[in-house]
Design a protein around this ligand. Structure first.
Ligand SMILES: [Zn+2]
Length: 343
């Protein structure tokens, strides 16, 4: 049976979908919804919606935990009608995923509606994403950050950059088209390399003045146009701390919603032997330093931000678990032989 079966047999699909893995059938179903406006509209009937207001997701609290509620189409239609909106507004929603049972999930921003009244009606609060992200479980955090990125992209691409004419989104929100110049716009992310530099026994961490006090992280920077990943890492390390990368290893990647939408590409790098003197580029960084395995293992266990200590300093800590920087630092510590291992 060909893998294409899932698409070719979509109208009499259940028996042949069973031959494919859950992941593949989900992926094929979402692909179909992105390509076929009618299928997507139909999926809204049984789908559920995450709500946003001015890019802040609606959250509810339950026993000191934040939850991201989803609303059915009928609940949403009732809400829209109560606030004087018609169901046409649903066409602004974007597809962000589906359950294993193929319940499609959408996100909709209701920025033009009264925020406080909606919060009362929905028994929740629209929480700024920077705060929400660290309160949610990893699955919801990832889904909502993707939803916010997509909603923001649509908001910022209402007009064609060539003709200035309004662009039109497809039902799923996977693209926008300019009817005048026929240009198709796809949502984009900016690639960012984030590199944990080591000299073999110590690792290099740095901070920007905008970071919370005491927090140090791996070096990060946008890829320049035309650069490979390897070139971007070498350039960033040379630019920011004046060191030359010898060996480079890819670790993992992560979507990051701030400041816009970035693809964080995590790497480990070691510098050339003997080249360990840091020359901090003060246009980019406030400080950079080498840290021992013990120091970093202790910092991994701290959860900032912290207030100033009696001696006027701030405890040294690193980004929280959700951030790829934390994972890179943890991986590095686990490969060392120091006694103080991270939790
Ligand atoms: Zn155009």
């Amino acid at each position: 049976m060909s893998l294409y079966c899932g698409i070719a047999c979509r109208r009499k699909s259940s028996w042949c979908y069973r031959l494919l893995s859950t992941y593949v059938t989900k992926t094929r179903y979402l692909f179909e919804l992105k390509e076929d406006d009618d299928a997507c509209k139909k999926a809204q009937q049984t789908g559920t919606f995450y709500l946003f207001h001015s890019l802040a997701p609606l959250l509810q609290t339950s026993t000191n935990q934040y939850l991201a509620p989803r609303h059915s189409l009928s609940e949403l239609e009732r809400l829209l009608s109560k606030f004087g909106q018609d169901s046409q507004r649903l066409e602004d929603s974007v597809l962000i995923g589906c359950s294993e049972q193929h319940e499609a999930w959408f996100a909709l921003d209701l920025a033009s509606l009264q925020k406080l009244e909606m919060e009362t009606e929905l028994q929740g609060s629209f929480i700024e994403m920077r705060k929400a992200l660290f309160q949610l479980n990893a699955k919801d955090a990832s889904l909502l950050s993707m939803a916010q990125a997509l909603l923001r992209w649509h908001d910022a691409h209402q007009f064609c950059s060539r003709s200035g004419q309004p662009t039109k989104k497809n039902m799923a929100g996977s693209k926008r088209v300019c009817p005048s110049s026929k240009i198709i716009y796809y949502p984009q992310m900016a690639p960012v390399v984030i590199t944990l530099v080591s000299d073999g026994t110590r690792c290099l961490l740095a901070r920007q003045s905008s970071f919370p006090r005491g927090m140090y992280s791996a070096l990060a920077g946008f890829c320049d146009i035309g650069e490979s990943l390897e070139e971007a890492v070498r350039r960033e390390v040379a630019e920011e701390v004046g060191l030359e990368v010898d060996k480079l290893q890819y670790s993992a990647s992560q979507h990051w919603p701030f400041p816009n939408s970035s693809l964080m590409i995590g790497c480990h790098a070691t510098v050339k032997p003997g080249q360990t003197e840091i020359h901090v580029n003060l246009r980019e960084l406030e400080a950079a330093a080498w840290f021992s395995c013990e120091e970093v293992a202790t910092a991994l266990r701290r959860k900032g931000p912290y207030s100033q200590q009696e001696n006027g300093t701030f405890p040294f800590w690193v980004p929280p678990k959700l951030a790829i920087a934390h994972q890179l630092i943890k991986e590095w510590v686990e490969k060392q032989t120091c006694s103080s291992l991270p939790v």
